[in-house]
Ligand binder design. Structure first.
Ligand SMILES: Cc1cc2nc3c(=O)[nH]c(=O)nc-3n(C[C@H](O)[C@H](O)[C@H](O)COP(=O)(O)OP(=O)(O)OC[C@H]3O[C@@H](n4cnc5c(N)ncnc54)[C@H](O)[C@@H]3O)c2cc1C
Length: 252
């Protein structure tokens, strides 16, 4: 963390001042923040940055957030899910106002990334806000007009909690070679076949790729979710080095 892992050698990343340009409400508890970051060097889908808040008394708190979309010049997008009683996420979702500064440092990460020149099939498995870096991959795929076959399996509590719901519906319809499947853990939409459940071997078998196609699997979400899914994939026969994981924090 705090150093660039891309390019030649390791260089310390500078803190830059970012300002909020706009926000989109994604769900009752998650907002997308559009930030202007002068000097932003660009990033790959799947990378994240660190956000540092400084209180008037000098107290600082730093948290990581995934870059939700390809950069547009100096403008980047983060999608933040409010964690009850959290230190940083409630401020970013509820209080952070247009023009206000925060410090950011990034991009960070060189393993949990998807590059447009990659052609193997891809399985994305996201739990809750773990969808964010996977969404960046779907957006980068579309922007590059990539034909790499993609499947997304998204585990979410209820239909109201689905991030980027309209865009996912549109992409599932319009982006050729992309399949999107949902697993609801607490409440499923009306007409849904089956009961709400935590993601299982049956889901991964039904919505993933067979290991002999040598897909790259990207798994992101709460720690327990990631460990369960990674174990299922390896148990299914996927080689460990093709199962890339990113843990966001405790199991909610
Ligand atoms: C590489 C990386 C990328 C991330 N990207 C995103 C992102 O794109 N969007 C996003 O919303 N979050 C993301 N996170 C999670 C984020 O960094 C924070 O952990 C989260 O916002 C909570 O911070 P907080 O200060 O509000 O809560 P804290 O004050 O840190 O924690 C408050 C309480 O909530 C628990 N908690 C902490 N984190 C979580 C969590 N993720 N889920 C459930 N409970 C938790 C803590 O154990 C504690 O009990 C990412 C984390 C990592 C490591």
């Amino acid at each position: 963390m705090g150093a660039s892992t891309t390019g030649a050698g390791v260089t310390p990343l500078p803190w830059r001042v970012a300002r909020l340009v706009d926000r989109r409400v994604e769900t009752p508890t998650a907002h997308t923040l559009l930030l202007d970051v002068p000097g932003w060097p660009g990033h790959l889908a799947g990378q994240h940055l660190d956000v540092r808040l400084t209180a008037e008394d000098g107290y600082q708190a730093t948290r990581s957030y995934s870059l939700a979309a390809p950069a547009c010049g100096n403008q980047i997008e983060l999608t933040v899910q409010r964690v009850p009683d959290g230190e940083v996420s409630p401020y970013l979702v509820d209080t952070y106002a247009p023009g206000d500064p925060v410090e950011v440092r990034g991009p960070v990460g060189g393993w949990f990334v998807w590059r447009p020149e990659q052609t193997p099939p891809v399985l994305l498995v996201g739990g809750g806000s773990g969808l964010v870096p996977l969404m960046a991959m779907l957006r980068a795929r579309r922007a590059a007009d990539s034909r790499a076959p993609f499947r997304l399996l998204y585990s979410v509590r209820t239909p109201t909690d689905v991030l980027f719901a309209a865009e996912l519906r549109r992409r599932a319809r319009d982006d050729r070679g992309l399949d999107v499947a949902y697993a609801y853990t607490r409440q499923a939409p009306e007409g849904w076949q089956g009961e709400p459940h935590r993601i299982s071997r049956t889901d991964v078998n039904a919505h993933g790729w067979p290991p002999d196609l040598e897909p790259l699997c990207y798994v992101c979400g709460p720690t327990g979710f990631v460990e369960t899914v990674a174990d299922l994939l390896v148990g299914q026969g996927h080689e460990g080095h093709r199962v890339r994981t990113e843990r966001f924090g405790p199991t909610g």
